[in-house]
Design a protein around this ligand. Structure first.
Ligand code: NI
Length: 433
């Protein structure tokens, strides 16, 4: 049995007024045992490890609700292009050259970056997902995995079978660290019939659905032309929103779309930086939150961001809405909730995202003893408007220390970087050599 005691400032994310300037957390195996002020540890608790970090803030690990982890291999490979040429001429030809092993190393690179930037959970959509699962199990993080399904392509049926196999082999793996959803790519890459087939399989296996929705104006026009309605309304009529669904992007929505997302309890993954970089538009997050929609934050793939840093994403999400609406919307604590407790709700994870007894011990510490964190008027404001990835000192997932003093303990980071570099350059040579 492993027992850890952490002494630090504690931001448990259990309510806007909850903060312990001198706090204490105890962890037993994979779960949090107690959270409180100094001296609150249960009597007789004998830790085998003590993290004495009085100038660190300990908070729940960040949750990335939409990404394509292995796309780190395409980081800064193609930028500053319109969306369709970017996809058709750059991204898709590169991805066609990826082997299963490349995807393992690309994901490993993403996970190293995530651990180093305080992200403990991701929702991923890609191919060769068994490689992604292996990388997650090795890294020690938490993940929800979905096989990207292009129903209109020649491999739609095979891909669906791979997603079914992924559920069978990995749903609940690693002491519940890995979960699986179905990943139909988007309304414009899957027919209605295919989407209903995916939904039937998801219901049969008791898992959710992860899909891109209403990302670009083009998508709205395509779906309107094909079916005479918006993507959200079309998916709703197909019955796709009956169970647990994560809809990534949701940039272009009508008021009726927003009502549907709220009434059907669809989780929205908001990707502010990807939407800006690809010029997709500005999602109506303020309005979605006002309607009670559950909205988490995502980075999307590294090729449209170009990093997986949720601290940057929090700041961008806040600033984007302030620019769009007014300076009072999306205050710092609200954004922190989207990156932690609400992010967990978006993914349907019931025991992560908060520091509370009985919850999974997924937490990070941030070194606040640096010039950019003084004076300390507001810790939530510091975390959203000031902090960056490099401020994360420690990462614990499922009660296991994954990073201490910025050293990743579960992965050989140097080797991962070298493998990623070699493999990405090999593909570049195949395409351009
Ligand atoms: Ni995406």
């Amino acid at each position: 049995m492993s027992k850890i005691l952490i002494r630090a400032m504690v931001l448990p994310m259990t309510g806007p007024d909850m903060f312990y300037p001198q706090g204490e957390i105890t962890i037993e195996d994979d779960r949090i045992l107690s959270v409180g002020g100094l001296g609150s540890a249960p009597a007789g608790f004998a830790p085998d490890r003590i993290l004495d970090l009085p100038n660190d803030v300990v908070m729940p690990g960040l949750i990335n609700t939409h990404t394509h982890a292995a796309m780190t291999l395409l980081r800064s490979y193609a930028d500053d292009l319109p969306l369709m040429p970017w996809l058709n001429e750059k991204v898709w030809p590169f991805e066609e050259k990826l082997t299963a092993e490349d995807i393992y190393w690309g994901t490993a690179l993403a996970l190293c970056e995530m651990i180093r930037s305080g992200t403990t959970t991701m929702l991923d959509m890609y191919v060769s997902m068994e490689q992604v699962a292996k990388a997650v199990l090795k890294a020690g993080t938490r993940a929800v995995l979905s096989r990207g399904l292009i129903g209109n392509g020649p491999n739609g049926e095979r891909a669906l079978q791979e997603n079914i196999d992924l559920v069978r082999c990995y749903h609940g793996a690693g002491n519940g660290r890995v979960n699986v959803m179905f990943g139909p790519h988007a309304p414009y890459t899957c027919s209605g019939e295919y989407l209903q087939k995916v939904k039937a399989e998801a219901d049969r296996l008791g898992v959710g659905i992860h899909i891109h929705v209403a990302e670009t104006r083009d998508e709205i026009n395509i779906i309107k032309e094909l079916y005479g309605k918006t993507p959200v309304q079309w998916l709703d009529e197909l019955g796709l929103f009956g169970g647990h669904v994560v809809a990534a992007h949701c940039v272009h929505l009508t008021p009726k779309d927003m009502e549907i997302l709220a009434n059907r309890h669809v989780g929205v993954a908001h990707n502010a930086e990807s939407n800006m970089k690809l010029s997709s538009g500005t999602a109506p997050i303020t309005e979605l939150l006002a309607k009670g929609v559950v909205v988490g934050l995502g980075t999307d793939g590294a090729s449209s961001n170009n990093n997986l840093d949720l601290f940057g994403e929090m700041r961008s999400a806040a600033f984007q809405q302030k620019l769009r609406v007014d300076s009072t919307v999306l205050p710092a604590y609200k954004v922190l909730e989207m990156a932690t407790v609400v992010g967990a709700q978006t993914l349907g994870l019931k025991d992560v995202g908060m520091l509370a007894p009985g919850f999974k011990a997924d937490l990070i510490t941030i070194d606040m003893d640096q010039p950019h964190f003084y004076p300390r008027f507001s810790v939530p404001a510091h975390l959203v408007y000031v902090a960056h990835a490099g401020d994360v000192r420690s990462v614990i997932v499922d009660g296991k220390i994954l990073m201490a003093e910025r050293k990743v303990l579960t992965m050989d980071v140097k080797r991962v970087c070298q493998e990623a570099e070699t493999r990405a350059k090999r593909i570049w040579m195949e395409l351009n050599g």
